[in-house]
Write a new protein. Structure first.
Length: 309
């Protein structure tokens, strides 16, 4: 399923854990294109989000969601529109929430990145991730959805930074719509299965980026995984366990032949780990790994997390 955030409806809640979500209601306009709130807002935090989007809440929890406000808008003779605003706590995690799905739809020019697809609008700005979904698409609905997105974006103060790890991603062959951000191994496995066990020692104090590479629509994607650890020792231990578990045949050149006939490799320098999977040739593995660490050195190791309050 492409859009993990699709919801069945909005139910009002009043709990102490939703105070922050209640204050977020100011990000939602009272009216747009004659669509008005149809019922009280739904207010949620990380513990109650399952009640709103059961089956998808864990994605947002894995990206440190703080609070969510949902509002259903209605207009006589037109489909209803749902608007959800997620406070992810940091711009990196807002980026991660937006990029959990593959993003290759129309750019709506709203927020810092946006996608308009199938009548629905998603975007991120600052520490917020926003989803706007109509029950059906008409020309009036399209105008309202885009106007609603612009109104919400204008109410979000300032902008944020995407994850610093993006600064060292090689650009040649990169598929921009297939870059994903994560902290834990469950979220990584949801995009590219690595192992049942947490062999990369992922957790709340790590951050990672998974990126796909390839030319042509039908090309087999090569996967690059970058992970920043709190310490060099942590990165070294994770790299060792990854190699032992996933690349047992890796040679001195850091490259290994996979069971599927493709190539893989891994390298660690300082706090940064890089792994390549499903490359068509050994040289492709080496090229990606070399470029990552050469870029890291050129930038003086400054590709760090950058948050805004």
């Amino acid at each position: 399923m492409r859009a993990i955030w699709i919801t069945a409806g909005v139910a009002a809640m009043a709990t102490s854990g939703c105070v922050r979500a209640g204050s977020m209601a100011g990000l939602l306009p009272g009216e747009v294109e004659q669509w008005r709130p149809a019922e009280p807002d739904g207010l949620y935090d990380a513990d109650t989000l399952y009640e709103y989007i059961d089956g998808a809440a864990e994605v947002y929890r894995a990206l440190n969601v703080r609070a969510v406000v949902g509002r259903r808008y209605a207009r006589d003779g037109e489909p209803d529109i749902l608007a959800d605003v997620f406070d992810m706590g940091s711009s990196e995690d807002a980026y991660g929430a937006y990029h959990h799905d593959v993003r290759e739809g129309e750019d709506a020019g709203i927020g810092q990145e946006s996608e308009y697809l199938g009548g629905s609008l998603t975007f991120w700005k600052g520490r917020y991730f926003v989803c706007i979904m109509p029950f059906d698409e008409t020309e009036a609905v399209r105008r309202a959805v885009l106007a609603l997105g612009e109104a919400i974006a204008s109410r979000i103060p300032g902008e944020g930074w995407p994850p610093g790890l993006l600064d060292v991603l090689p650009q040649a062959g990169l598929r921009p719509g297939r870059v994903h951000y994560f902290h834990d191994h469950h979220l990584l496995n949801s995009r590219r299965f690595i192992a049942q066990e947490n062999v990369l020692h992922l957790g709340p104090d790590t951050e990672g980026v998974l990126a796909s590479y390839g030319t042509g629509a039908d090309a087999k994607a090569t996967t690059l995984i970058l992970i920043r650890y709190p310490s060099a020792a942590g990165a070294r231990n994770a790299c060792g366990d990854f190699v032992r578990t996933c690349l047992p045949g890796m040679g001195a050149d850091g490259v290994s032949r996979q069971d599927n006939g493709l190539w893989a490799g891994a390298r660690q320098e300082g706090r940064l780990f890089a792994g390549v999977l499903d490359a068509p040739a050994p040289d492709d593995v080496t090229r990606l790994l070399d470029e990552v660490f050469e870029t890291q050195q050129e930038r003086g190791g400054r590709a760090e997390a950058r948050s805004v309050p």
